[in-house]
Design a protein around this ligand. Structure first.
Ligand code: AKG
Length: 212
């Protein structure tokens, strides 16, 4: 469902079997050789998620991308799995957009997880100018997702993002403020055998001249 120009909520996009496979892959990644961690951002505050960046690392101190986690343990960002890249391309396409993702921020929210209202604007200038979308996938517990306007003080709409949903925002919606006010504990489909929530956001930093 299009909820505004360039913003599409794809409800129940993934089957329960697809979700189960994605959850297993996310679990293996966040507990892998380069594990998820709780970033401390530039103001000194701790984020309320565990984060693992794939493809490129988002540095919470500098708000920029890099190849190794220089704000944490200097380990290299693990590669973006090929099936993730395909999935992001298909989701963007389903929303009428194009994306050749080169990075994914994978966040795990526990029952107290949340994320303040912010813009995603650390991708390259040409990528932002082209309005290449952010593609978001939700797995596990439901999130109360806040979607605002282009200015922080603009009105904010609350939407529930459930397990298996995707949310795509690009073009004129690319720089809309968004965040997660809370998680609904215990709302994950029982078949997933999980508590908490995984969220994957796919983005494209580098852009081919043909996409400009
Ligand atoms: O968890 C979500 O649904 C949103 C995540 C988000 O805003 C981000 O990663 O920038």
């Amino acid at each position: 469902m299009e909820i505004g120009p360039g913003a599409v909520h794809l409800e129940r996009y993934f089957s329960i079997d697809d979700q189960r496979a994605l959850v297993a892959q996310c679990r293996a990644l966040v507990d892998g050789a380069v594990p998820a961690y709780v970033p401390i951002v530039r103001g000194g505050g701790k984020m309320h998620v565990r984060m693992l960046c794939l493809g490129k690392h988002w540095n919470g101190k500098t708000y920029s991308y890099e190849t190794t986690r220089s704000d944490f343990d200097n380990l290299p960002a693990p590669p973006l799995p090929e099936n993730f890249r395909t999935l992001a391309r298909d989701l963007a396409h389903a929303a009428g957009m194009t994306l050749d993702a080169d990075l994914c921020i994978l966040n795990y929210y526990d029952a107290d997880g949340r994320m303040g209202l912010h813009q995603d604007k650390d991708e390259s200038e040409p990528s932002l100018a082209a309005g290449l979308p952010v593609v978001s996938v939700s797995l596990g517990d439901t999130a109360r997702f806040l979607f605002g306007g282009l200015r922080r003080k603009d009105p904010v709409e609350a939407r529930l993002l459930e397990s298996g949903d995707a949310f795509v925002f690009g073009g004129p919606a690319r720089l809309r403020y968004h965040g997660v006010s809370r998680i609904v504990p215990g709302s994950a489909p029982p078949e997933l055998g999980m508590s908490g929530r995984f969220n994957l956001t796919f983005r494209q930093y580098d852009i081919a001249p043909s996409q400009m």
